[in-house]
Design a protein around this ligand. Structure first.
Ligand code: NAP
Length: 250
């Protein structure tokens, strides 16, 4: 077991088979948290994250669950409690893009993006916060986006979902503060993952031109902030939105 001031804390990271979620899961594992790795479909990738987490000396579980489906979310929370005994940290990280111009956006593109990026945080927080409230200790961290703060073209669905997460964060922070549970949001800018790899080159160039630091971030840049917010040193921080974006939004 690694040296830590957070022995036996348990963290669920949704969408942690890849990208930012993977980096968060491994950073929390390095800090001594037992980890629940969640994915929708990439079970092999999730199992690799599980093995890497376990090599840090902590326990790790893989739960395949679609976080837009309440029955799946209940199973995720129940499996965590059954196997690891508690839930201290929930990182609502799962997300998708379905980019297109407003005039051409289908109802399905709107609904899918709202469900994966916003409804999932409601469902996971609803079920995990019951456990945290009983423990009188918890951390919920919602992964929003610079798009939620500034808006982004071809992303009315995604920008609305990520802005919705900010209102959700503040309301939940007020509700859960008396139970010892903090709720914060992190708004990454452009981070090198599969999600940004799909961006067409001209859009990437436009994005780079708007970033004062003139580069995309790495998943670990986000993960280190999450680890801080998940720990005891962030005890008096709640209802906040913190950007990790090279100065994109200020
Ligand atoms: P990514 O590389 O595309 O990974 C997405 C993750 O979400 C995968 O683990 C995927 O699982 C999981 N997922 C998708 N739908 C799911 C569902 N219904 N149920 C459970 N898991 C689901 O994305 P990323 O770039 O790391 O982004 C992570 C978060 O950061 C997202 O919320 C995203 O909006 C946000 N963000 C990213 C950036 C960026 O520049 N990358 C910027 C701002 C905010 P599978 O592997 O099984 O598909």
């Amino acid at each position: 077991m690694v040296e830590t001031d957070t022995p036996n804390r348990v963290a669920i990271v949704t969408g942690s088979s890849r990208g930012i979620g993977r980096a968060i899961a491994l950073e929390l594992a390095r800090g001594g948290h037992h980890i629940v790795v969640n994915c929708k479909s990439n079970l092999g990738a999730a199992q690799e994250v599980q093995e890497e987490a376990m090599s840090c000396g902590v326990r790790a579980l893989v739960v395949q669950a679609d976080v837009t489906v309440e029955a799946d979310v209940k199973s995720l929370v129940e499996a965590t409690c059954a196997e690891l005994g508690r839930i201290d940290v929930l990182v609502n990280n799962a997300g998708v893009l379905q980019d297109t111009f407003l005039a051409f956006m289908s109802e399905q593109q709107w609904d899918t993006v709202l469900d994966v990026n916003l409804k999932s945080a409601f469902l996971c927080s609803k079920h995990a916060s019951k456990v945290m409230a009983k423990q009188r200790w918890g951390r919920i961290i919602n992964i929003s986006s610079a798009a939620g703060l500034m808006g982004d073209t071809m992303r009315t669905n995604y920008s609305a979902a990520k802005a919705g997460l900010l209102g959700f964060t503040k309301a939940a922070a007020r509700e859960l503060a008396a139970r010892g549970v903090t709720v914060n949001a992190v708004a990454p800018g452009f981070i090198e993952t599969d999600m940004t790899a799909e961006m067409p080159v001209p859009r990437k160039e436009q994005a780079l031109a708007r970033i004062p630091m003139q580069r995309f971030g790495a998943p670990d840049d986000v993960a280190r902030l999450i680890a801080f917010l998940a720990g005891d040193k962030a005890a008096y921080i709640t209802g906040q939105v913190l950007s990790v974006d090279g100065g994109l939004h200020m």
